[in-house]
Design a protein around this ligand. Structure first.
Ligand code: THU
Length: 160
């Protein structure tokens, strides 16, 4: 038996003004998307904005449903749309923000497991990593320069 230690590396920014200007703009798009989320059940709104290599920004927000599992997270709404509209363009960056009607979300809110698995698929598809930036409604922002940092021991197509 041997013990394996897995390490990950993230950057933490104190606020939006510390971000590079193009990431600030991306996060602004995510904020607009978040505010238009359809989240009448959870009251938890999430926005995502994707920067493509053709400079297009694709946005997504969570879309809920009275039949709860039929809803979809913001990140997957955005990334599936990007994949559908620009199937041959690479995704460079994704900014994510979340706000709750029940509490102040002032800590970075990372993407859920299903969204991590989905973003990982696109990193593999395009053979290029995607930089992720996530925050709450305000406060610190975490950057991960690849989804792989957030999902060790990933299940991927190499085993199929
Ligand atoms: N949600 C997202 O949009 N992204 C995540 O990564 C986590 C959760 C949404 C799904 C649901 O509409 C609401 O937030 C509460 O879970």
């Amino acid at each position: 038996m041997k013990e394996v230690k897995i390490e990950t590396k993230l950057k933490v920014y104190d606020g939006m003004s510390e971000l590079p200007i193009n990431v600030q703009e991306l996060m602004e798009s995510a904020i607009l998307a978040r505010d238009n989320a359809y989240a009448p059940y959870s009251k938890f709104k999430v926005g995502a904005a994707i920067l493509l290599d053709n400079n297009e920004i694709i946005i997504g927000s969570n879309q809920e449903n009275a039949s709860y599992p039929s809803g979809l997270c913001a990140e997957r709404t955005a990334i599936y749309y990007a994949g559908a509209k620009y199937p041959t363009n690479n995704i460079l960056k994704m900014a994510i923000t979340a706000s709750s009607q029940n509490q102040v979300t002032d800590k970075p809110i990372p993407p859920c497991g299903a969204c991590r698995q989905t973003i990982a698929e696109y990193e593999i598809k395009q053979n290029q990593s995607i930089s992720l930036y996530f925050m709450g409604a305000k406060g610190k922002i975490v950057e991960s320069d690849s989804l792989a940092n957030l999902l060790p021991l990933l299940f991927d197509n190499s085993v199929l």
